[in-house]
Design a protein around this ligand. Structure first.
Ligand SMILES: [Zn+2]
Length: 96
């Protein structure tokens, strides 16, 4: 599965990965893999009206440097994709 994690999401990717490995252990999903995509912080500038990427600790316009910006992306924790792979040995119900 693929998660998109923004720098302002409050999620620490390394801790999330560790928690995922613990959560999957001894479950039907014990071979599940987690991929984390790091998405940038994106701001909309009220002054020049453009969208630019910004540093998570300095949310200002990448074009004119203005601080009056609106956060457009960067605070997300989003499930982007889940790939399901059939089990190698099919689960067979036994009757009688
Ligand atoms: Zn600007």
């Amino acid at each position: 599965m693929v998660l998109a994690v923004g720098p302002l999401s409050g999620v620490e990717p390394s801790l999330l990965s560790r928690a995922f490995r613990l959560a999957r252990a001894s479950t039907i999903a014990e071979n599940a893999e987690l991929e984390i995509e790091h998405t940038p912080a994106v701001v909309w500038c009220d002054t020049c009206g453009v969208e630019t990427e910004a540093a998570a600790n300095a949310l200002s316009c990448g074009r004119c440097g203005a601080w009056k910006v609106t956060l457009k992306a960067g605070n997300e924790l989003m499930l982007k994709r889940v790939d399901l792979v059939p089990a190698e040995e099919p689960i067979v119900a036994t009757a009688g």
